[in-house]
Design a protein around this ligand. Structure first.
Ligand SMILES: Cc1cc2nc3c(=O)[nH]c(=O)nc-3n(C[C@H](O)[C@H](O)[C@H](O)COP(=O)(O)OP(=O)(O)OC[C@H]3O[C@@H](n4cnc5c(N)ncnc54)[C@H](O)[C@@H]3O)c2cc1C
Length: 470
């Protein structure tokens, strides 16, 4: 669904034009492989999509670098969840307000209403979220959230989720992961005609050897664009390849200029990936200080507003950074909730138990991307996109903290369901709403029923208790 503010543009945008080329293909003939589904990307979006496809499908997954070189491994703060029905309106409003009301409301609703089942499924798959002494899920809070609703695992929530999903994928004999294998192009059938469709991907293997992977459906889960920036919290290999390559074959892009700058990365003055200091530190009480040790803004405003305030203050002070003070957070919370942030700051020479750390805004997240619908379908038949490379409209102009892991997972599952059944996954995750399109006609009953089984709501025992502790 599109409206005037979210209309996709079939255009390549300047930063993506400058994407560094992958390993050059050699002149040897490409090895040809055929599978049911090829998934480009092994972050949470790619992995969860694979887990929700029928086990009867042959699935090939590509990772441009090593398997752990993805932003999913870096996520610190956590993943949002609708704590209870009475929080729905507030959660919806927080997401829309952060997105400057440019979000697609139906996508936001799908994400929020799918969140409890999604978290329950992650628990079933082995993800270990923080619990209260009573055994309920514990929730933390981040900027622009009106209440605590974020599940977390210390300050390495992304690593916890990604490694558990990867372990599950590795158990699947129908899924093959190819590391250091870089997508360089799409394979198109009938290109230039009304019957044009995506039929797989071209790639180069670890030694630059060419590879043609033919597939009935292709999922781009290639992550963000931080590698195109000088200062970013992202892995440098994430250079928007999915957007660039899809656009070359006519896929519509959307909001390519909506790039989120995170207010607080650790300032070191050194080149390379910037270390993020999670928003949940401010959610737990950390405050921003100017060069004179004075507060200058409300730290819990949306990211773009806090970023603007920091930049303004740096200009006034004539400095390259401001300071983040943890003095209002007790020692135990710092050491137990933020152990990796504590260590990273200490390694850079700042003991946050006793002194503030210097912080500066850095490129962090890409709200735009390949335009997709509620089924994660792009405008090119048989080409899907999920995760940060896609734009389903959830985030509007600015992402609410901890919505991206959730959005990636929810819409990756919807892609898998649509690939397998040709139908839309209902918001409660149980029943198809409609059967449509070529995928439905191509699917065998065996595929459809296997998908339903795999994509069906997981029985949760015990159901994660849904009360907030703070
Ligand atoms: C430091 C940091 C902290 C964050 N904290 C949070 C948080 O607390 N909560 C939250 O919700 N979100 C957070 N985010 C955002 C979130 O982590 C990402 O948006 C999300 O993990 C993206 O998942 P993904 O699967 O789309 O992409 P990624 O996990 O980045 O995976 C991309 C995959 O695509 C592959 N790839 C890329 N190009 C190619 C190619 N040409 N060929 C083959 N493979 C390719 C890569 O190798 C990789 O496997 C954070 C991000 C960062 C950087």
């Amino acid at each position: 669904m599109m409206n005037s503010t979210s209309a996709p543009v079939a255009a390549s945008v300047s930063p993506l034009d400058a994407a560094p080329s992958a390993t050059k293909p050699s002149s040897t003939t490409a090895t040809s492989i055929t599978c049911d589904v090829v998934i480009v990307g092994c972050g949470v979006a790619g992995l969860y999509c694979a887990l929700n496809l029928p086990r009867t499908y042959r699935v090939i997954m590509l990772s441009k670098g090593a398997i752990d070189e993805c932003d999913s491994m870096l996520a610190q703060g956590g993943i949002c969840m609708l704590v209870n029905d009475s929080d729905y309106d507030a959660y919806f409003e927080d997401t829309m307000r952060a997105g400057h009301y440019e979000n697609r409301a139906d996508s936001v609703e799908v994400m929020i209403r799918s969140s409890r089942r999604l978290i329950a499924d992650l628990v079933r798959l082995g993800v270990d979220f923080e619990r209260t002494p009573a055994g309920d899920l514990a929730f933390t809070r981040e900027g622009a959230h009106s209440r605590p609703r974020i599940c977390y695992h210390a300050d390495i929530t992304g690593e916890e989720i990604t490694t558990k999903l990867l372990a599950q994928v590795r158990k699947r004999s129908n899924v093959e992961i190819r590391e250091h294998t870089c997508m360089t192009d799409l394979i198109m059938a009938n290109e230039g005609t009304p019957a044009a469709r995506c039929a797989g991907v071209r790639a180069t293997g670890p030694s630059g050897e060419p590879l043609d992977i033919h597939a009935r459906a292709t999922v781009l889960a290639t992550g963000g664009i931080g590698g195109l920036y000088k200062h970013s919290t992202n892995f440098p290999l994430l250079t928007g390849d999915g957007c660039r390559i899809a656009a070359n074959h006519g896929a519509a892009l959307e909001h390519m200029d909506y790039v989120q700058i995170h207010p607080t990365s650790l300032y070191t003055g050194k080149p390379g990936r910037s270390f993020l200091i999670s928003e949940s530190c401010r959610g737990e009480g950390a405050i921003l200080l100017d060069r004179n040790g004075e507060r200058f803004t409300d730290e819990l405003q949306p990211r773009d507003v806090v970023t603007a305030a920091i930049k303004r203050q740096m200009a006034i002070d004539g400095t390259d950074h401001v300071w983040l003070s943890f003095e209002r957070i007790d020692r135990a919370t710092i050491l137990e909730h933020f152990p990796h942030i504590y260590e990273a700051c200490r390694d850079a020479g700042y003991d946050i138990l006793h002194e503030p750390a210097p912080v500066v805004p850095a490129q962090h997240y890409f709200m735009g991307g390949i335009h997709v619908d509620l089924n994660s379908e792009t405008t090119v038949p048989d080409l899907y996109a999920a995760g940060e490379t896609s734009c389903n409209g959830v985030h509007g102009k600015n992402r609410l903290a901890s919505n991206s892991l959730l959005e990636s997972l929810v819409f990756a599952r919807r892609a898998a369901y649509h690939i397998a059944t040709g139908a839309s996954l209902a918001v409660d995750g149980a029943e198809p709403q409609q059967a449509s399109g070529a995928a439905a006609q191509n699917d065998t009953l065996e595929h459809a029923s296997a998908a339903s089984q795999d994509a069906a709501p997981a029985p949760i025992n015990p159901e994660p208790a849904l009360s907030a502790n703070r």
